[in-house]
Design a protein around this ligand. Structure first.
Ligand SMILES: Cc1cc2nc3c(=O)[nH]c(=O)nc-3n(C[C@H](O)[C@H](O)[C@H](O)COP(=O)(O)O)c2cc1C
Length: 280
């Protein structure tokens, strides 16, 4: 193989590297970088023998710089690309136990089994929490002050963080990272199959109407209360355990969830099956 052919081959290798990096997740990026470096070393080794080391080395450095820049940009944007959207199955809007019995059983529970929720139960839970029950008017199962609908329900599962989209009834991937432990300061939260995080997006509220932040916070807290109570009632009806939680390091959680500055964590809520139904 002539020096020119080798040069061309190394460029081709770089292009293949770009393509592979751009089409795979960040987990594989490190492997690709190692492969790239090994290949570069081979080229330098051959060219050193031919006295063309400096020319080729300069070219390799140039290509490496571009590759590394692209890799950084790519990994900075990455996070959700390993997670796929979850199209939730259609929620069951009938059934459940009689309301008065459910009210009798509503309670907070903190002793969770690791058992995951079925697809149907997760779908029903999210619809009960903040689903759309009057699609023609885009209205929800919980009220919201001045119908501002500023609360977003984030869902932390073992496989990652999702945002519940009530209109399409799906889970939009946010981060391929298990953030369950970050949703609260109590030890049990890290193993609960589902931790909901209620986030108020103050940017969506009373745009350009000069409403003070205090008022927005007050309404957001009330709005979250209704969603949380929907979850409590659904859980009581389904034999699930739940507890709403204010013991949350909001600043740290917001950072880990990569929230925007107008977004604020209000409360978290754990949902799962009771480990020992007798214990609270
Ligand atoms: C706004 C709010 C914040 C709460 N924060 C927590 C919490 O961080 N951790 C927890 O274990 N329970 C929390 N709870 C649950 C209460 O402790 C619980 O509702 C109370 O003890 C009454 O029990 P019950 O829900 O079974 O009636 C919270 C409840 C509310 C309404």
């Amino acid at each position: 193989m002539s020096a020119c052919e080798r040069e061309r081959a190394s460029y081709r290798f770089c292009l293949i590297g770009f393509y592979m990096v751009l089409t795979t997740g960040p987990v594989l990026v490190i492997r690709k970088v190692i492969m790239f470096c090994v290949n570069g070393c081979f080229n330098i080794h051959y060219l050193r023998q031919e006295g063309r080391r400096n020319i080729m080395l300069r070219k390799l450095i140039k290509v490496s710089c571009v590759t590394i820049t692209v890799l950084f940009a790519f990994t900075a944007l990455a996070g959700a690309e390993d997670l796929k959207p979850i199209k939730l199955v259609a929620p069951e809007m009938t059934g459940g136990r009689p309301l008065m019995e459910v009210l009798k059983d509503r309670k907070s529970m903190r002793n969770f089994a690791k058992t995951k929720l079925s697809d149907q139960t997760l779908s029903n839970l999210l619809w009960a929490a903040w689903g759309i029950n009057r699609p023609e008017q885009n209205l929800h199962t919980a009220p919201s002050a001045s119908n501002q609908q500023e609360i977003d329900v984030y869902v932390t599962l073992e496989k990652g963080l999702y945002l519940y989209e009530p209109k399409s009834h799906e889970l939009k991937p946010v981060l391929a990272k298990d953030l369950r432990a970050a949703t609260g300061t109590q030890p049990f939260v890290k193993n609960v199959p589902v931790n909901l995080v209620y986030v108020a997006d103050h940017g969506k509220m009373y745009r350009n109407r000069g409403v003070p932040k205090e008022t927005k916070k007050f309404y957001s807290a009330a709005n979250v209360g209704y969603i949380s109570q929907n979850v409590y009632l659904f859980c009581a009806s389904e034999g699930l355990g739940t507890v709403v939680r204010g013991l949350v390091d909001r600043e740290s959680l917001a950072k880990q969830m990569k929230l925007r500055s107008e977004q604020e964590v209000v409360l978290s809520q754990s949902v799962g099956y009771p480990k020992n139904p007798a214990k609270k």
